[in-house]
Design a binder for this molecule. Structure first.
Ligand code: ATR
Length: 283
């Protein structure tokens, strides 16, 4: 029941109409009977939106493309890991003080750690954009031995240098051995779901393979990996883990992740029925 006490949360970005976060967080609010609502705000003027958060006392927001970097200078305080990453995906409004956090990296690490330890493992990380940056930071901090692999070499080298990781060009992939593979590129995302970011024959039994892509939930990469005896972690798991970490920052308690994951799957199914070829991307 929405009333005068209802607390407002949301996601700010552009585009945001495809976001799974409203379904995910509202499901958790309902399950815990919190008097709160989570909305999607399509934002072009970021300074005005941040002023709106302050003046309307919005309790917390997630931040997505294209505002994750620019929002930093509009906030009052930054969590140290958000500073290290140079990117904010979660804002807490602490009685008028806006504090920036990043839960992307801890979501990625948490999702992986559900199936494997990371310390001492050889980790191949595909990509050098924002998602890859969060994974590189998370894996390196968890003690992984990380090699960044990226189509545009200079971008990959830069990320590797900044995060203290190794770098390898795409063409060197066949000679690489890895215990963990993380795809942080958009390869395999709907509507090009038939694409796989690595040659399937490179995958070895026992490897752990995680995909940042969650639409479709079982990507071509994960299907190929599973068929070759790898353990797989869906991008949806990562999405839910980062959402759960944001929730924990806002409320100081952990949300029901199973409820959140179910809400995401149902929302994706509904979206698919409405517009089967629409691409989805968020994190
Ligand atoms: P995000 O913020 O979600 O990480 P991004 O910054 O656009 O998104 O980064 C996308 C990543 O996917 C990049 O590393 C990109 O490689 P380039 O740096 O060479 O552009 C990678 N990528 C996208 N399409 C790709 C493709 N078809 N093959 C290989 N890499 C691809």
């Amino acid at each position: 029941m929405i009333d005068a006490q209802t607390e407002v949360f949301g996601i700010i970005g552009n585009p945001v109409r495809h976001s799974l976060s409203p379904a995910m967080h509202n499901a958790a609010f309902r399950a815990l009977e919190l008097n709160a609502v989570y909305l999607a705000f399509s934002v072009e003027n970021l300074p005005a939106a941040v002023e709106g958060i302050r003046s309307l006392a919005v309790r917390g927001v997630n931040v997505t493309i294209p505002h994750k970097i620019a929002i930093q200078k509009l906030l009052d305080e930054m969590d140290l890991t958000a500073v290290a990453l140079g990117s904010v995906n979660t804002v807490l409004n602490r009685q008028g003080t806006l504090v920036g956090y990043n839960t992307d990296w801890i979501g990625a690490v948490g999702a992986l750690e559900e199936v494997t330890a990371i310390s001492g493992k050889r980790c191949a990380l595909l990509g050098a954009g924002g998602a890859a940056r969060a994974v590189a930071y998370g894996l390196a901090n968890a003690g992984g031995d990380v090699v960044v692999i990226n189509r545009t070499e200079e971008k990959g080298r830069r990320l590797a240098r900044q995060m203290g990781c190794g770098f390898a060009p795409l063409k060197a992939l066949p000679d690489l051995r890895a215990d963990i593979l993380v795809n942080a590129t958009s390869v395999g995302m709907e509507p090009r779901a038939e694409e796989c970011p690595v040659p399937p024959e490179w995958l070895r039994p026992g490897m752990v393979v995680m995909d940042a892509v969650y639409a479709p939930p079982r990507t071509k990469l994960l299907q190929e990996a599973e068929a070759r005896g790898c353990r797989v972690v869906e991008g949806l798991r990562w999405l839910v883990r980062q959402g759960a970490e944001s929730f924990a920052i806002w409320f100081g308690t952990r949300p029901p992740e199973d409820v959140m994951e179910r809400a995401c799957r149902e929302s994706m199914l509904r979206a698919h029925q409405d517009a089967p070829h629409r691409a989805a991307k968020e994190r």
